[in-house]
Ligand binder design. Structure first.
Ligand code: C2O
Ligand code: CU
Ligand code: CU
Length: 431
């Protein structure tokens, strides 16, 4: 709906039931439905407004993960919405085309709200993305794939009790877009999968047994050029867009391989030998030609580029088991004060032998180095969330362009949502 030049989205968080398995009704939550939510889509330069109504029996919020926007519109724990109330954020889309997402962020209960089913994709477009030689017919050859794992109890209900894994519940059932045993019928030579790890705890290593993929975008948009990969590791909150080639009549499966978690000590291991089929691709007997992935740099590229030599400030973030720099989240404490317009380097490290997934609100960052080495190509694009292998230093470059507000903070936190809920989060303001 477009009203006076503003694109308006209506979202309602509600309770419902979902039939994940034939004949079994599982109680779930969703946006505008019983599980997950609609894919929202907007254009760079467009003004958007959301009318978000909370029809749950408790407070929640909706956060725009990866979005550059004013802190008061961010939907974090300072913008909670009471049961029955409506929240109306509005902002202008001012960043490159990307696969972002949205999910609740209420203080202390984010894991449960996401696990029950509240999440959706928020896709951004711009001139460069539209002109790119990439599959872009939504639902046909351009398909969002939200990957989540669940534990079902004997009655087929979601098991909400923590099952003892260090990063939070790890489920033995993997869903793609809320579906067990999902498949997609492919009618084109190439298909673009917008992968989102929408799980609360599990890190996946996604790929195909019988072919490579072209990685074309990371969290915050297109890479400089496609990268050929066998597998891509995605921690909770991370996204990757991949393009896969198919032959007429064949079938293949997106698979989650045993993830290389990088030096995680066994008692904290995350079911490291788990492997799953995520999505089956079934090609028709005749396929429409698709172009080889290619694109020109965005006309905005210069404006979006980050320059290490202009970094004014370096901050250090040490993550232990539930604290950042020795502190747990305090809603009343501002941990970092950033100056508008500054480029900063954040040096982030997990100082314990357990994994974390570090996320910063408001910005897209570039990874300058991992323990002094250049990042692998899949980590060289725009990012807002990064898996931290234990005891390695990730140097992140970011710029805080605008939207000053001394009173309303943005968050930085671990996106393993049990960790976040248990205090592994901090707050910064831009002034
Ligand atoms: Cu995806 Cu602070 O969140
Ligand atoms: Cu976020
Ligand atoms: Cu963590």
């Amino acid at each position: 709906r477009v009203v006076d030049g503003t694109r308006v989205f209506e979202l309602t968080a509600q309770e419902g039931t979902t039939e994940f398995r034939p004949g079994v009704q599982t109680e779930t939550w969703g946006f505008n439905g019983s599980y997950l939510g609609p894919t929202l889509r907007a254009e760079r330069g467009e003004r958007v407004a959301v009318e978000f109504t909370n029809e749950l029996g408790e407070r929640t919020s909706v956060h725009w993960h990866g979005m550059h926007l004013p802190a008061a519109m961010d939907g974090g724990p300072h913008q909670e919405v009471e049961p029955g109330a409506t929240w109306r954020p509005t902002w202008e889309i001012d960043q490159p085309a990307a696969s972002l997402w949205y999910h609740p962020h209420p203080h202390g209960v984010t894991e449960e709200h996401v696990y029950r089913g509240l999440a959706g994709m928020f896709l951004l477009d711009d001139d460069a993305s539209r002109a790119a030689a990439l599959p872009q017919e939504y639902g046909v050859d351009d398909v969002p794939v939200i990957v989540q794992d669940k534990v079902f109890d004997d009655d087929g209900q979601l098991e909400l009790e923590d099952n003892g894994s260090e990063p939070g519940t790890l489920g033995g059932t993997v869903l793609a877009n809320g579906t067990v045993g999902a498949y997609h019928e492919v009618t084109t030579e190439r298909v673009r999968l917008r992968l989102l790890n929408g799980s609360t705890a599990r890190t996946y290593q996604l790929g195909f047994q019988d072919r490579d993929m072209e990685l074309v975008a990371s969290d915050g948009g297109l890479l400089d050029a496609p990268v050929t990969l066998e597998q891509v590791r995605l921690a909770p909150g991370e996204r990757a867009e991949v393009v896969v080639e198919m032959e007429p009549g064949e079938t293949t499966r997106l698979h989650s391989f045993e993830a290389d978690l990088g030096g995680v000590v066994v008692p904290f291991a995350m079911g490291g030998n788990d492997a799953f089929d995520v999505l089956e691709l079934r090609a028709a007997d005749e396929l429409t030609p698709s172009p080889e992935p290619a694109w020109e740099p965005s006309v905005h590229a210069a404006q979006d580029a980050l320059h290490e030599d202009s970094a004014a400030v370096t901050r250090t973030f040490d993550l232990d088991d539930r604290q950042i720099n020795g502190r747990r989240m305090d809603m009343g404490r501002i941990d970092e004060v950033v100056s508008e317009g500054d480029t900063e380097i954040w040096e982030v490290r997990s100082i314990v032998p357990m994994p974390h997934s570090f996320h910063v609100h408001d910005v897209q960052f570039r990874i300058l180095s991992v323990d002094g080495d250049a990042p692998p190509p899949e980590l060289a694009g725009p990012k807002d969330t990064v898996y931290l292998e234990p005891n390695r230093t990730y140097r992140l470059l970011m710029r805080f362009d605008d939207y000053t507000d001394p009173d309303v903070p943005y968050m930085f936190h671990c996106h393993m949502l049990l960790h976040e809920d248990e205090g592994m989060m901090g707050q910064f303001v831009v002034v």
